[in-house]
Write a protein that binds this ligand. Structure first.
Ligand code: 4AD
Ligand code: MG
Length: 467
């Protein structure tokens, strides 16, 4: 039996395999001078060079086209070329599927620069492009190290329901789900599958809270759905979120956990995905010589995040406007929701580090956040990153039954639907906190991609649910 290797394995172990017979499979990235096949199999950004021996007849050579999938048995040789340490001298080739040259020309596999929009139109093929395969491999490593982090810190992975009856965040539209024929008016939900109105969940937090009150430390990692009509480079209608929830945690501990967690992820990727990061750095050429992708990531690791209250932030923005350092489109008043222009100014111009803003006015935040003694603010925290803006949103939760009930009334939250959530406050309630990290946003930040649609395999956005 001839041993089969992935291209990654073969390139890594190549030194020790010189003159051995091996088997590899992949698809062709390019074919030059009817001799050199450049093969990739997705395991790494690097390619394997295959040297065709003279014995192959013209019929086979004709079928060796870009994109075609092949199986090669060959002998590992030390390469004469400088680009690679080893190459494979072919003995036998099987062509699984040859790609027609004309079809190829219309596809994104044609080796030339294509726009990201064009890659999205052929989302089913873009896994084979250099850039998207880098992003996907990094996405995998980020997901992996998130589970690693929580596992090593004593958290339990919790699966919260995707189908729900309530809107945890209280803002924005939700996608409704039903098995009823909506053409039959009027709609009687008591005849629907669940005998009530149901939606796709925007967050697993409320369920995670009840689990944390029994298990101590839990986290969720799953898809969430929001029917906001935000057609921006940072919004998806279906995205992935990580939501840790911790019993006996105050806001300060929650903020420290979030900072430590974000730094762990970035450090892990810098240490484990260097080849893909380097490729992206060179290809995107977005960063000036001074501020390369890698330097940007290392800068996040270097300094503590700036921690500042909402009220202080409003003072700074107001002063900056008075000093004529900047003019904002949205006027600065206490109680306003911060807009991207304000967030960008704080992170990119004023502090030049990630910023944690805490103690927001209660009127702009969700019902479940703990009310401060001033009665006007809640123990909320948002973490803002360069380029991305808000990457994490979290809070200490309101653990006091009466105050929570009042907040539900004030925010028009249906207490009947959430009776079980309120009930947790009557059975040994404790201070507890948590946050939500937008998974696709951290992937976007680490890979340096401009549009969030280019970091998820099949993006769901307004007017787009193809593939
Ligand atoms: O700030 P959000 O809405 O917080 C929650 O859902 C809380 N229940 C979290 C918690 O405390 N357990 O969302 C959390 C994060 C945001 O900071 C952002 O990174 C990301 O989710 N996010 C989106 N990512 C992509 N597309 C969208 N439409 C997003 N909306 C929020
Ligand atoms: Mg938020």
């Amino acid at each position: 039996m001839i041993k089969k290797y992935s291209i990654k394995e073969l390139l890594n172990k190549g030194k020790f395999l010189i003159d051995q017979k091996v088997l590899v499979e992949g698809w062709i990235r390019s074919f030059r001078y009817s001799i050199f096949i450049i093969l990739n199999d997705g395991s790494t950004i690097n390619n394997l060079q295959i040297i065709l021996s003279k014995k192959f007849d013209k019929k086979i050579i004709k079928k060796i086209t870009i994109g075609s999938s092949i199986r090669v048995i060959g002998i590992v040789k030390k390469s004469i070329g400088k680009k690679q340490y080893i190459e494979l001298k072919s003995l036998d080739i099987i062509i699984y599927e040859s790609v027609d040259k004309e079809i190829l020309q219309k596809s994104i596999l044609q080796p030339k620069k294509h726009s990201f929009e064009k890659l999205r139109e052929q989302a089913h093929l873009r896994f084979k492009t250099n850039i998207f395969s880098c992003v996907m491999r990094i996405r995998h490593h980020i997901a992996f190290c998130i589970h690693k982090y929580f596992h090593e810190h004593g958290f339990f992975y919790l699966h919260t329901p995707i189908i729900t009856t309530s809107n945890c965040e209280g803002t924005g539209k939700m996608f409704q789900i039903t098995t009823m024929n909506l053409k039959n008016q009027p709609i009687d939900y008591t005849k629907d599958f669940f005998k009530c109105e149901t939606y796709l969940s925007v967050s697993g937090q409320l369920e995670a809270e009840s689990a944390s009150l029994g298990l101590g430390k839990v986290y969720t990692f799953g898809p969430v759905f929001r029917a906001e009509n935000s057609n921006t480079s940072r919004h998806l209608s279906e995205f992935w979120m990580i939501e840790p929830e911790i019993a006996f945690y105050h806001l300060e501990e929650n903020i420290n956990l979030a900072e430590n967690f974000l730094k762990f992820i970035i450090k892990y990727i810098v240490e484990n995905s260097m080849e893909d990061l380097t490729f992206l750095d060179q290809r995107l050429k977005k960063y000036s010589q001074k501020n390369r992708l890698l330097e940007k990531l290392e800068l996040i690791l270097k300094f503590p995040f700036k921690k500042i209250s909402y009220t202080e932030v409003i003072k700074i923005l107001d002063q900056e406007e008075k000093k004529k350092n900047i003019k904002f489109l949205h006027p600065i008043v206490w109680g306003m929701d911060l807009q991207s222009e304000h967030e960008q100014y704080l992170v990119d111009k004023y502090f030049k580090t990630p910023v944690v803003i805490f103690d927001y006015p209660c009127i702009i935040k969700a019902f479940y956040m703990r009310v401060n003694n001033d009665g006007k603010t809640v123990r909320a925290m948002d973490i803002l990153f360069p380029e991305i803006g808000e990457i994490i949103g979290g809070s200490q939760r309101e653990e006091r039954y009466d105050i929570l009930l009042q907040r539900m009334k004030d925010t028009n939250t249906d207490k009947n639907k959430l009776w079980w959530y309120l009930d947790t406050r009557r059975f040994g309630s404790v201070p507890h906190s948590g946050f939500g990290l937008g998974f696709d946003r951290i992937v976007q930040f680490i890979t340096g991609m401009n549009n969030i649609r280019d970091v998820i395999p099949f993006p769901r956005t307004p007017n787009n649910a193809e593939f």
